[in-house]
Each structure stands twice: as C-alpha cells, then as structure tokens.
Design a binder for this molecule. Structure first.
Ligand SMILES: Cc1cc2nc3c(=O)[nH]c(=O)nc-3n(C[C@H](O)[C@H](O)[C@H](O)COP(=O)(O)O)c2cc1C
Length: 193
C-alpha cells in the first residue's frame, strides 16, 4: 500500500472555509473526538504536550459566539466598535457545527522555550484540520475578533502564560474551494548540495 498519495491529497485539499460557507449540518460527536485524538499525536519537545482545546457543541456554539461578540463590545475601545462587527461575531457560528478554541497551554518544563510550545500546539491544530479534511469536514482557523485579547484568556480561565492560538470553526460545506499560493516552494528553499 502506498499511503503517500493519500496524505498528499489531504494536505493539498485542506482549505480554509469561512463559517458562513458552511451548511449547518452537524458533525457526529464521535468524529470530533477522533479529531481531538489526532491532535494529541502532534510532536512535542519533552512531552510537555502543550495544547488544550475548549470544544463548543450544539447550542453552546451560538452561545459562545454571542459571548465572543459581548467581549468585543465590552473591551474594544468605543471609537473602534461597530455594530456590524458585533453582529458578525455573534452570528459567526450560525452555520458551523462545532467551535474549538485552540490553546497553547504552557507545559511543565520551563526549559522548553515558548516558541517550541506554540509550534507544538500549532502542529496539534494542523492535525485537526487535516483529519477534518480526510473526513470531508470543512474548517476555518480564525484569529480575528477577541482571540488574542487578554479578556478572552480571562473568559476561558487560562493562566497568564497560556495563549489562545485561534478559534476553529468546523462544519460541512457544499462548496469545493481551490487553493492558491503566491510563491512556489522552490523560492522558499535553500538547497545545500
Ligand atoms: C495562525 C492562523 C491564523 C489565521 N487567522 C485567520 C483569520 O483571522 N481570518 C481569516 O480569514 N483567515 C485566517 N487564517 C486562515 C488563512 O487565511 C488561510 O490559511 C489562508 O488564506 C490560506 O488558505 P488555505 O488555508 O485554504 O490554504 C489563519 C490561518 C492561520 C495559520
């Protein structure tokens, strides 16, 4: 069995699908749990396993989106607040199935640099995205809104040293998106022979 083409296809067909392009169909809970299992197999220096996921499912998806919008309203400087953005955040998950907050939860080994803990947690997120693609599940890694605001950390009861890496929306989509890269890989490689 040659498994490389399978993973190649999954990696190349994973596409960012905005939650508004999802169709409202629910992902079976077991499949979401399978995706979280994949996350746990990310590489991790010193086995610190520095990832944590807060998973919103069912009605809690809309509840979280409303809370996200409320945080925006509460903490964004008044001159920057727009009702359109508030509504966008509040309804971001209307057609999504699950929302997963991806967190870098600092491991117990202070000798491991933060950079490595972020890298490991990002690998865990990618495992989720690729697993989702393999299951025909659309995904969106969002970092806008309040994702990086200290108020989000407080809301999630995180420690000071933890970081929110993104808000992942999962669902199904009827659209098939094609990907694009501006720069071919050969321009990003220094090959030393
Ligand atoms: C760390 C990170 C944060 C991102 N944040 C956002 C975001 O806030 N809004 C957005 O539209 N896309 C966001 N994206 C998704 C990118 O826009 C997307 O990956 C890029 O357009 C390439 O498309 P592709 O994922 O389909 O290959 C983020 C991606 C990463 C890795």
């Amino acid at each position: 069995m040659n498994s490389f083409p399978a993973i190649q296809q999954i990696i190349q067909t994973r596409r960012t699908t905005k939650p508004g392009m999802m169709n409202g169909k629910r992902i079976p809970e077991e499949q979401v749990k399978d995706l979280l299992q994949l996350a746990n197999w990310a590489p991790t220096h010193g086995l610190t396993e520095p990832w944590h996921f807060v998973v919103y499912t069912g009605e809690k998806v809309q509840e979280f989106c409303r809370q996200h919008a409320d945080l925006y309203q509460q903490y964004i400087p008044a001159e920057k607040f727009t009702p359109e953005k508030y509504e966008k955040l509040a309804h971001m998950g209307d057609l999504a199935s699950h929302v997963i907050i991806a967190i870098m939860q600092r491991g117990k080994l202070p000798a491991i640099p933060v950079l490595e803990e972020i890298a490991a947690a990002a690998c865990a997120v990618q495992n989720i995205l690729l697993g989702a693609t393999a299951l025909g599940i659309a995904s969106y890694w969002g970092s806008g809104g309040m994702a990086y605001h200290p108020a989000m950390k407080t809301f999630l009861k995180l420690q000071e040293e933890d970081l929110v890496l993104g808000i992942i929306y999962l669902g199904y989509s009827d659209k098939t998106l094609t990907g694009r890269r501006n720069t071919p890989i050969h321009a990003k490689i220094t090959y030393v022979e």
